[in-house]
Design a protein. Structure first.
Length: 215
């Protein structure tokens, strides 16, 4: 795709996502559990962790994880916020320590605000028009959602005309189907309930390793 219309200073895709290929997503987990979940993810090889803002005390949880990971001497997780619906929510998440923002939808004004702050944003999109709109607004990558409903075939086909736009399929991803999305051209994947839903550190660590092995 030759048309790269968008901001001249687009935030780059963080190395933890480009290299790690996985964004682990915690939704609905109590804030006090998040540092232990983060530790298990890190032990399993995951490099990026998204806490959704519809979780209990999400901002406090993000702050707790950021502080814990800061003590890892550069080996900690990259921590971000998900289910970011407004600029006000984005501001609060960044103040809490989030270093990337993920949305379930495409709101060009919200994406442009994040780009203006130098914060990588991953807006959710389902159609080619939404994908292109999100990219032109300044997205670092576009979250293809809901991925399991669309399937790897959709990702492969949409990358024909829109191949310059990095896509991160999210929704219903597990070790069983992740290989198909990576083979279809996903730059990374977002993985939620299958990976973190149990809240059990041993299960999370084992599934993180299994997921990376499948990738």
């Amino acid at each position: 795709m030759n048309d790269d219309t968008g901001p001249t200073e687009r935030p780059v895709l963080p190395d933890a996502i480009a290299r790690g290929r996985v964004i682990a997503i915690a939704r609905g987990q109590p804030a006090e559990r998040l540092p232990a979940i983060a530790e298990a993810l890190r032990a399993g090889g995951v490099l990026a962790f998204e806490v959704t803002l519809d979780s209990p005390d999400a901002l406090a949880g993000i702050g707790a994880v950021v502080r814990a990971e800061a003590g890892m001497g550069g080996g900690g997780l990259l921590v971000g916020a998900g289910t970011v619906l407004t600029i006000a929510a984005a501001e609060r998440a960044v103040e809490a320590g989030a270093r990337f923002l993920v949305m379930p939808h495409t709101d060009p004004a919200l994406v442009a605000w994040a780009a203006g702050q130098g914060i990588p944003a991953f807006p959710g999109a389902m159609t080619p028009s939404e994908i292109l709109s999100a990219w032109r607004a300044g997205a670092a990558a576009v979250k293809l959602f809901p991925a399991a409903s669309l399937g790897p075939g959709f990702l492969r086909e949409v990358r024909g005309p829109l191949g310059a736009i990095p896509l991160v399929p999210t929704g219903g991803i597990s070790a069983t189907n992740v290989g198909g999305f990576i083979a279809a051209g996903a730059v990374a994947v977002g993985v939620g309930g299958w990976l973190t839903g149990s809240g059990d550190s041993d299960v999370i660590r084992a599934r993180a390793a299994e997921l990376l092995g499948a990738i």
